[in-house]
Write a new protein. Structure first.
Length: 306
């Protein structure tokens, strides 16, 4: 565990206060680059440390870790441990307390967090390269954000001067947080006329989605497997084949997939078989905070153009 302790201390002792405020992964054990530490990830959301455990740690090693955290704790406002290996993924605050409204700060943008409440905290930190790319290319574009969740990619698009954004997700609660995320970033006027939220099942709502187009940028960021709504192996192709109905020639597509068992070739086959008129442009580089022993297992962020 000393490697984890050293990574946390290094990440929190930045000389720049602005860098220290930025959300980041301090330790990525799940990438299998660190022997015997594959079960632990550590994230920083100023002033909170979130430790995610995917297996029960050795008791002696964990006690050593907790003692070391006492020395680190003055740099933080609270430390949470989430135990994914237990039913319900319970969270426990082991040091300090949480802010009234914790947020993730990334490239000057704010995102609301739900810490110590449920398994997913409302923000996927590994999507940072995708948000940065969307913000960079979004100017004057009409954007469709499929499987929008809490709309972090919509926030990035509006920050990048997108003309309009349509967010679609089955979860009304997630879209409500999406509205709050836009308000956190001063997008109140845009909310009145340029940002829409559709609480629909995509596969039952194609007509509505198509009618609100055409779109210059389509973002596809589904769960890899969600009971009753989406299974990547069978459903990703159903989305890709609709792209010509959603956008004109020259439109951009960001095809995302976080499924370690499915490599780049899975998405490539989807496009070759279902939308051959789309050209592959590039795979976005993943954040260096997420080292992977096998890069194929990392989050896929693929840029295509119709």
């Amino acid at each position: 565990m000393q490697r984890v302790i050293d990574a946390i201390a290094k990440g929190l002792n930045s000389d720049s206060s602005s860098l220290r405020e930025e959300a980041k992964r301090l330790f990525h054990g799940r990438g299998q680059c660190f022997s015997d530490l594959e079960y632990i990830n550590v994230d920083w959301y100023d002033p909170v440390i979130l430790i995610t455990l995917y297996a029960e740690p050795d008791n002696q090693a964990w006690q050593q870790f907790e003692r070391a955290m006492h020395d680190i704790f003055p740099l933080t406002g609270g430390t949470i441990v989430q135990r994914r290996y237990q039913t319900g993924s319970p969270s426990e605050i082991i040091y300090g307390q949480l802010p009234d409204q914790p947020i993730a700060l990334e490239q000057g943008l704010k995102y609301k967090l739900s810490l110590a409440k449920k398994q997913n905290i409302g923000f996927f930190i590994d999507m940072e390269p995708g948000r940065a790319w969307v913000q960079e290319v979004a100017a004057n574009k009409r954007v469709l954000n499929l499987f929008a969740y809490t709309c972090s990619l919509s926030v990035a698009a509006i920050a990048g001067s997108a003309k309009t954004v349509v967010n679609l997700d089955m979860s009304r609660a997630a879209l409500t947080i999406g509205r709050e995320n836009h308000r956190l970033n001063g997008h109140d006027e845009k909310l009145k006329r340029d940002i829409q939220f559709l609480p629909y099942n995509l596969f039952r709502s194609w007509k509505k989605v198509i009618q609100k187009g055409p779109y210059d940028l389509v973002i596809i960021d589904p769960p890899s497997r969600q009971k009753g709504s989406f299974v990547a192996e069978s459903d990703y192709a159903r989305v890709v084949r609709r792209l010509p109905q959603l956008m004109p020639e020259g439109g951009d597509i960001l095809a995302c997939l976080n499924a370690p068992e499915l490599g780049d070739d899975f998405l490539q086959r989807c496009f070759e078989n279902e939308c051959s008129q789309a050209s592959f442009i590039a795979r976005l580089e993943n954040s260096p905070d997420f080292p992977e022993m096998d890069p194929k297992r990392n989050l896929k962020l693929m840029h295509y153009q119709l």
